[in-house]
Design a protein around this ligand. Structure first.
Ligand SMILES: C[S@@+](CC[C@H](N)C(=O)[O-])C[C@H]1O[C@@H](n2cnc3c(N)ncnc32)[C@H](O)[C@@H]1O
Length: 254
């Protein structure tokens, strides 16, 4: 799979996820005896296709499952504009509907990005997500990091909210927190293992990108490229990984 120059991989906020996906897809495509059929990708909660459309552009056949008709309409327009209508399919539903919408053990890759926190029962939803993976298929899971919000509230001058986020069962900083749930790296690994998958990689996404005012980057020539390189270096190195805004897991169904 080749990502276009200046495409999704060039953004410090998502570069690490794209790099992991690119390598996972290349490996799946090169698997002995696989043939030349497109990889089957399911993007659960895929929205308007920020991941689905580039993956289709790279030759995958992508099914997006999302409850929002507006997002699915935007996805369809986006795919059609790029001549990818044949390779992108939108289905209305939520994570719990996956077993009814997608064949069990049929997908080479399932994405579940920035959506697991909204469901009532993340463990059950993740089991439903894992169920559509074929043996050897991989899950790409992106969630919010509890550690990051502890740090962010403290830096915002709200130590009481930081302390709340540290011990709250859902990792929320208070009643007004707009996010319903966050995980630490250990909690995330446990959740994925509980869904019957084996964690292969755990990365931090946006370790420092959200801590730097964008004006500072604008002032320094070359700073955005240096930031991208720094994010790549820090993403798999604790303790930096463990304070990133988001956590990304690549897991396999054995
Ligand atoms: C923050 S967006 C993320 C979109 C995409 N995954 C991405 O990373 O660009 C969250 C998406 O999850 C969808 N969503 C909300 N509740 C959901 C549920 N219970 N099951 C599946 N998707 C859901 C929303 O409609 C929205 O498109």
């Amino acid at each position: 799979m080749v990502l276009a120059p200046g495409g999704p991989g060039a953004n410090a906020r998502t570069a690490v996820v794209w790099e992991v996906l690119t390598a996972a897809i290349a490996e799946a495509q090169a698997a002995p005896g696989r043939g030349s059929a497109p990889l089957q990708v399911v993007d659960a909660g895929g929205g308007t296709g920020g991941f689905a459309v580039p993956l289709a552009e790279a030759g995958c056949s992508v099914t997006v499952v999302d409850p929002s008709p507006d997002s699915l309409a935007a996805l369809s327009r986006r795919a059609d504009e790029r001549g990818l209508g044949e390779r992108v399919r939108g289905l209305q539903g939520d994570l719990d509907d996956l077993p009814q919408l997608v064949d069990a053990a049929s997908a080479d890759l399932v994405l579940c990005h920035s959506v697991l926190h909204v469901v009532d029962d993340p463990a059950a939803a993740l089991r439903a997500v894992a169920g559509v993976l074929r043996q050897g298929g991989r899950l790409s899971l992106l969630v919010g990091n509890r550690n990051a919000v502890v740090l962010a509230r403290a830096l915002a001058g709200r130590p009481d909210e930081a302390a709340h986020a540290l011990t709250d069962p859902a990792g929320r900083w208070g009643e007004a927190d707009g996010v319903r749930r966050r995980w630490t790296p250990d909690q995330l690994a446990e959740l994925v293992t509980g869904a019957g998958l084996v964690v292969e990689q755990l990365h931090g996404v946006r370790v420092v990108a959200d801590l730097i005012p964008s004006a500072a980057l604008d002032l320094e020539p070359g700073a955005p490229a240096a930031l991208l390189a720094l994010e790549r270096s820090l993403a798999d190195r604790p303790p930096f990984r463990d304070i990133a805004t988001s956590l990304h897991v690549l897991a396999v169904r054995r």
